[in-house]
Design a protein around this ligand. Structure first.
Ligand SMILES: Cc1ncc(COP(=O)(O)O)c(C=O)c1O
Length: 419
């Protein structure tokens, strides 16, 4: 379906130029300058193969599921194929993969289903480092079911989780640990293998938010050992579709709200209403695109090779970014110290300038960065930045170049001098 970006027979991973050639958005110019997109943590750009898959579905296969005519059968096959493809991305089985509108909606849905079995005296552990989408759905169960929610703090100096506090928070009363694998605000990677092991030791279920992790590291649900994991295709070059993994029979066992005639079997029972078929076709194309960056082996093997190289490139870019920001007067970088394992996402402030003013000035130079709290509300509050506009966030993606990083640094340096 998707043509290979890596040259056939070549075992190297596609170069940045080869990757960039796949993204029409990179042809955009602003004030005569090529746009440098550092907004990937909020949503990446999309390769042509993804928009082609969406268009192909809508123009030639559009139908509802499970009927007896060709376009309906084709829709069934496209959805089944997409489940296999996304399962390869996660290291899961296809029947462990459910689709939905986005991670937030899927998580509210799952939380409501799981929470039906819980009540007073039972506890859920969440973390301060997490996106609100991995806090609010669990917090809702405090009101609805009377469970207690414990929040594990972050260590502001390093932007990392307070592991001692996590160990103290987990107990025989814990029903679920909800934890993020990577912070979308700071780029922190959290050792979810260790966290899941600790939680399982107390008999708790585990839910991993891999939304900011999946674009940068290859998810391996078996290595993580979690019961549930969610991610979003629009963060890894796909359309706006959410993906939920549930281990083994987990998706079949949750008391999920569903319509009576809808299938009882997992994973379909979790997928409320008619799905975004075209988006799911596009999500599968995004995974195929990532796999196509390397030309040898199974899809999972190609994904592994592509991710390893993208991670190496991302780290080189983030080091350049951190070093450059480190010598600009007035810049304060938040999050993990240099040389710590992380995603290529960096958060900073520039003196007392409002982050929006920094983003406006950079946008004038066709450098697109995001600002605010990125819904990582408790992280930004912890740094006392909530009333000051939050953070400036720059995220590198597979199409980011060192030259773009230098343009970002030059723009920030110009602003710093203009103070
Ligand atoms: C770490 C993280 N978790 C959850 C979400 C929410 O994802 P969605 O937009 O798919 O609901 C985001 C979105 O930015 C995120 O970055």
């Amino acid at each position: 379906m998707t043509s290979s970006v890596a040259a056939p027979g070549q075992t190297r991973v596609a170069t940045v130029d080869e990757i960039r050639a796949q993204f029409p958005a990179l042809e955009r110019r602003h004030h005569g300058l090529p746009v440098a997109y550092f907004d990937g943590p909020g949503g990446t750009q999309v390769p042509r193969a993804v928009s082609d898959a969406v268009t192909e579905y809508l123009l030639h296969h559009n139908a509802n599921t499970h009927w007896r005519y060709p376009s309906s059968r084709e829709t069934d096959a496209i959805l089944a194929g997409a489940r296999e493809t996304l399962a390869d991305l996660l290291g899961a089985n296809p029947d462990e993969v459910a689709f939905g509108a986005n991670m937030t909606t899927l998580t509210f849905h799952l939380a409501r289903g799981l929470g039906r079995g819980w009540g007073p005296g039972e506890e859920i552990v969440v973390t301060e480092l997490d996106h609100h989408a991995n806090i609010a759905p669990w917090r809702a169960l405090e009101r609805e079911r009377g469970v207690t929610v414990r929040v594990v703090p972050m260590l502001p100096e390093t932007g990392q989780l307070d592991w001692d506090a996590l160990e103290r928070a987990l107990s025989g009363r814990t029903r679920l640990l909800a934890i993020g694998a990577a912070s979308n605000a700071l780029g922190t990677l959290t050792d979810v293998v260790r966290a899941v092991r600790l939680a399982r030791g107390t008999g708790a279920l585990t839910f991993v938010d891999a939304v900011h992790y999946a674009p940068h590291r290859l998810v391996d649900v078996h290595a993580i050992g979690c019961d549930f994991l969610a991610c979003s295709a629009y963060k890894f070059y796909g359309p706006h579709v959410g993906v939920l993994y549930g281990r083994g029979e987990r998706l079949g066992a949750v008391d999920i709200p569903k319509l009576e005639p809808a299938p009882e079997t997992a994973p379909e029972r979790v997928e409320t209403g008619t799905l975004n078929h075209e988006g799911i076709a596009g999500a599968a194309a995004a995974v195929e695109f990532l796999a196509s960056l390397h030309s040898g082996g199974s899809r999972r093997e190609r994904l592994r090779a592509a991710y390893a190289e993208l991670d190496r490139r991302g780290l080189a870019l983030v080091q350049r970014l951190l070093e450059g920001l480190g010598v600009i007067p007035g810049v304060r970088v938040f999050g993990p110290p240099a040389a710590t394992a992380r995603t290529p996402t960096v958060a900073f402030t520039l003196g007392d300038r409002h982050p929006d003013a920094v983003a406006d000035a950079l946008a004038e130079e066709a450098v697109f960065v995001s600002t605010g709290d990125f819904y990582a509300t408790s992280v930004v509050r912890r740094y006392g930045l909530a009333s000051r506009g939050g953070l400036v966030r720059a995220g590198c993606a597979a199409y980011t170049t060192a030259d773009e990083v230098d343009r970002l640094l030059a723009g920030v340096a110009r602003l710093a001098r203009a103070r």
